[in-house]
Design a protein around this ligand. Structure first.
Ligand SMILES: [Zn+2]
Length: 68
């Protein structure tokens, strides 16, 4: 398990979900992706993507965050 987590960090193909802070695999983002201001964001689940798409700015600034 620990090995798997380390591999994820090393591979460089992961992204931090801006809503909950979880690490998302770019190869298989469970929540899909959302484009905002020319940047693509990836999410751990559909709930995070919906929350972000409704109101992206507070999540990007760190003002708003969902605890998972
Ligand atoms: Zn999330």
């Amino acid at each position: 398990m620990l090995r798997k987590i380390l591999d994820l960090f090393d591979s460089g193909d992961s992204f931090t979900d801006p809503v909950c802070g979880m690490t998302v695999s770019l190869a298989k983002p469970h929540g899909g992706s959302h484009e905002y201001k020319g940047e693509t964001y990836y999410f751990c689940g559909p709930g995070c993507r919906v929350a972000f798409s409704k109101d992206p700015d507070p999540y990007l600034s760190g003002e708003k965050k969902i605890e998972m």
